[in-house]
Design a protein around this ligand. Structure first.
Ligand SMILES: *Cc1c(COP(=O)(O)O)cnc(C)c1O
Length: 355
């Protein structure tokens, strides 16, 4: 029996009703939108942020955050060599220089010692992403940034609803970003948000975006589909977390060249956009992906490493070996596959674990 992967995006009566309400109230056709305002209030409460700015994508949220951090020509921004490639591009596009650091040995975020070693008089900001359901060392990174006068941009695009020691991911950075892109657990096709609890940063963002109409907007119709998904997010995350834990246990009991890297540390409630699996070698990883694709499982490679980027484009003060190894050995299972029935977990692990 093939494994049933639930369709994505989810089509629920609540989403359909929210769109209809937005249309029938004519809210879809106004600058001043009640739907958007209601979504902002819901995000403020869920993510414990005093200021929420909706925008057109997670990528735009990163760029606006960098600008709000004051990053400009000639500045440096520390970023992991294993991260969403668009983050590197955003830094470059502002005329600043990415400073690459290695990935942590405990999670998929920047290694804290590498970040400390990358200090220079030109560094203005640090981007730290929570990737593949793992929390990065966000509280320590915040302390390090505060000590150095750097702005911490917490990229929570992959981890809406993750909690770290009872606090939501997105509440640790001076700024944080969310994505509502088409593949993300909260989706409006395109979209994003910037979160901050710093009044001065909030004022800078408003000054950049209100000209006076919103320069990088999320529409009322897009906002309408997000509110019902946010209401369901906690429940959906719990379901995905349960299946991820089962895959982790099942696969890691097998004699397999593939290891499941689920988040299992105390104090962390993960939120999976992708679940990472690590193979012994690049060849095995590629074989796993090919075999899983034949079974129509939503699986792909992890991020490429940026470690090979030229010295002209970035500064590389520390060895980037872990980033290189991860980029070659990781494959990632989409969150849709974490909404399968429990009775399919064994079969899924057989397919993944015996490529
Ligand atoms: C998806 C993603 C982004 C960008 O979001 P878009 O809405 O697709 O522009 C940024 N950072 C990370 C870590 C992401 O996964």
């Amino acid at each position: 029996m093939p494994i049933t992967i639930p369709p994505w995006p989810r089509q629920t009566p609540e989403i359909a009703r929210a769109v209809t309400d937005c249309i029938e109230s004519a809210d879809w056709g106004r600058y001043e939108s009640e739907t958007k305002n209601a979504l902002i209030v819901a995000i403020q409460s869920f993510f414990e942020a005093t200021y929420v700015r909706l925008c057109c994508s997670g990528t735009a949220a990163i760029e606006i955050s960098l600008r709000a951090a004051g990053v400009t020509n000639g500045d440096e921004v520390i970023v992991s060599a294993f991260d969403y490639p668009g983050n590197f591009r955003c830094i470059e596009l502002l005329g600043a220089k990415p400073v690459l650091v290695d990935v942590s040995s405990e999670n998929f975020g920047p290694d804290i010692d590498s970040v400390a070693a990358a200090a220079s008089g030109r560094v203005r900001a640090v981007i730290a992403s929570h990737l593949y359901g793992h929390a990065c060392d966000i509280a320590s990174l915040r302390d390090l940034c505060d000590e150095n006068g750097w702005v911490l941009i917490e990229d929570a695009c992959q981890a809406p609803g993750m909690r770290v020691n009872e606090k939501p991911a997105g509440s640790f950075g001076h700024l944080a970003t969310l994505s509502f892109g088409g593949s993300k657990p909260l989706s409006s096709g395109n979209g994003g948000a910037i979160l901050t609890s710093d009044d001065r940063i909030a004022a800078r963002i408003a000054g950049m975006l209100d000209r006076p109409s919103d320069a990088f907007p999320l529409s009322a119709l897009q906002a309408s589909v997000l509110a019902p998904q946010l209401s369901e997010l906690r429940k959906q995350n719990e379901q995905r977390n349960r299946i991820a834990r089962q895959i982790h246990q099942q696969l890691n009991q097998m004699d397999s060249p593939l290891v499941c890297l689920a988040e299992t540390r105390d104090g962390i409630e993960p939120a999976y956009y992708k679940l990472a699996l690590r193979a012994d070698s690049q060849a095995i990883r590629n074989q796993v992906v090919a075999t899983a694709a034949e079974h129509h499982l939503p699986i792909g490679h992890g991020f490429r490493s940026m470690a090979r980027s030229s010295e002209r484009r970035c500064r590389k003060p520390v060895p980037l070996d872990r980033a290189e190894a991860l980029a070659n050995q990781i494959c990632v299972l989409d969150h849709r596959a974490l909404l399968i029935d429990e009775s399919d977990v064994f079969e899924l692990c057989q397919i993944l674990g015996t490529p």
